[in-house]
Design a protein around this ligand. Structure first.
Ligand SMILES: [Cu+2]
Length: 477
């Protein structure tokens, strides 16, 4: 594996394999230094990835240039962490696009191994989807053409070269892609610095500050440190205003259950595929790998000086429980955004399903561990299902295993019809592209095979599972 990663082998062997383990720190010097531990939460302000500007506009199409390359990031104060990054940064720059205005993103592969780019959640023609076998060779470029004809949504872009995504995403190849539209604009939601993408990922570190990665095919990678936008459990200074927080779970395989301290409420307005029909007050929500949830938080309800911690109830109290903290400061001026009171949209009525498929999600043990779908592993020469353009089907994800499988469908969206474990929460009744299927659960979804014909994949977004063949291929005909 390492040989095929080219210079990655150099990057990941820097320093020693010993780790800075908070629980293992015992010397008195270390105790004195506790205040300065690079792993202590709430020490740094949350970084905000820069918004990428088009290099030019040709006949109404915005053209962006991105270099995929190695870089260094100061993730732990005083340490330099080698990464792979779009434009050499982690997370990569945010792209803000507008519905009805196409974009071309020219990606140049400056790495020493194949790479590609998948626009996760995007309605994208198959040739531009970042299919795992469509890769950009080292030194080559590819112009990804994004029509931006779908509704406003919080999409993201990431590497999808087959068999490597667990490492390449872990080492930094991901970024936010925010699509806006007129319907959303009419809702007068928070904008600019009050509209904040928050990219969550768990990591581990070697003593020299480099990322530590250990492959775990069964569980998927689990780190002992939560990063938000590339900083350890950071703080975010907030004015007494309404904020739009866009959460993305970019972890390899970790699921979160996010709660604000003291049972404070958030108003969920969107999921993977954009706005819900109605705003939804929640005290917390689960977030599985690759899922997005967008909430509004009204910090006018807090006094200046308030510190509001966002917890991960599924985390270890000693390490991965604290996600970030909102520090409420004075000021904020007059608020011009608002929290929608009623209907925000009407979800499209789907055609009646014309076929159904059951996909069993199983672990093959004995010999090589391999995750499978319907007893098959990924074979790029085989098409596993051929739905008709514009049709819908009922797909059952049946999970007899002990792991959560966040199942993702490329190039189109689906709705959740039924969960064998209970009711479908209103927060997941909007458009989705990824759904966490719990152990022993069967989830029925209804994909809408639109808007393009062509070859796409569907797979588990626990990255180690997808890399090790938990992926099938569909062709919309
Ligand atoms: Cu899986």
């Amino acid at each position: 594996m390492r040989n095929s990663m080219g210079s990655f082998a150099l990057l990941c062997t820097i320093g020693t394999p010993a780790t800075l383990n908070r629980k293992g720190v015992t010397t008195s010097a270390a105790r004195r230094a506790k205040q300065a531990s690079p792993f202590a939460p709430f020490q740094r302000d949350v970084p905000i990835a820069p918004v990428l500007s088009p290099v030019r506009t040709e006949r109404g199409v915005d053209v962006y240039d991105v270099d995929i390359r190695e870089g260094m990031a100061e993730i732990l104060p005083g340490f330099q962490t080698p990464i792979y990054g779009y434009e050499g940064i982690y997370p990569g720059p945010t792209i803000r696009a507008r519905k009805g205005r196409a974009a071309i993103v020219r990606q140049r592969n400056g790495l020493s191994f194949d790479s590609n780019v998948h626009l996760h959640g995007g309605y994208v023609p198959a040739a531009h989807d970042g299919h795992p076998m469509d890769v950009i060779a080292p030194g080559a470029t590819f112009d990804y053409s994004y029509p931006n004809e779908q509704d406003a949504a919080f999409l993201w872009y990431h590497d999808h070269a087959h068999g490597r995504t667990a490492r390449t995403l872990y080492y930094g190849l991901l970024g936010a892609y925010i699509l806006e539209d007129d319907r959303e604009a009419a809702l007068e939601l928070p904008r600019d610095e009050y509209d904040v993408p928050l990219v969550l990922a768990d990591h581990a570190f070697n003593k020299d500050g480099s990322f530590r990665y250990e492959e775990n095919l069964d569980l998927g990678f689990r780190g002992d440190t939560i990063l938000v936008n590339g900083a350890v459990a950071p703080r975010m200074r907030v004015e007494r205003r309404i904020y739009r927080l866009r959460f993305l779970n970019a972890s390899n395989a970790r699921s979160y259950d996010l709660r604000l301290g003291n049972g404070r409420t958030m108003v969920q307005i969107a999921s993977d595929g954009g706005l819900l029909e109605r705003p939804l007050e929640r005290t917390g929500f689960p977030l599985h790998p690759a899922e997005r949830i967008e909430v509004l938080v009204d910090f006018r309800k807090f006094r200046p000086g308030s510190e509001v911690v966002l917890h991960n109830l599924l985390g270890d109290p000693a390490t991965t429980r604290s996600v970030m903290r909102f520090d409420v400061v004075r000021g904020g001026g007059s608020e011009d955004a608002r929290i929608p009171a009623g209907r925000m949209r009407t979800l499209e009525r789907l055609p009646d399903p014309i076929a159904s498929h059951r996909w069993d999600l199983t672990l093959q043990t004995g010999g090589d561990i391999q995750w499978k779908i319907a007893n098959r592993g990924f074979d790029p020469t085989r098409i596993d299902v051929r739905p008709q353009l514009g049709s819908t089907e009922l797909w059952q994800w049946h999970n007899p295993s002990e792991r959560v499988h966040p199942m993702h469908l490329h190039g189109m969206l689906f709705r959740i019809v039924e969960r064998s474990t209970g009711v479908v929460h209103p927060g997941e009744r909007g458009w989705k592209d990824t759904i966490g299927v719990q152990p022993k659960e069967t989830v029925t979804v209804q994909p809408w095979f639109t808007p393009y014909k062509g070859k796409y994949v569907f797979h588990c977004h626990a990255l180690e599972h997808g890399d090790k063949a938990m992926m099938l291929q569909l062709e919309v005909v």
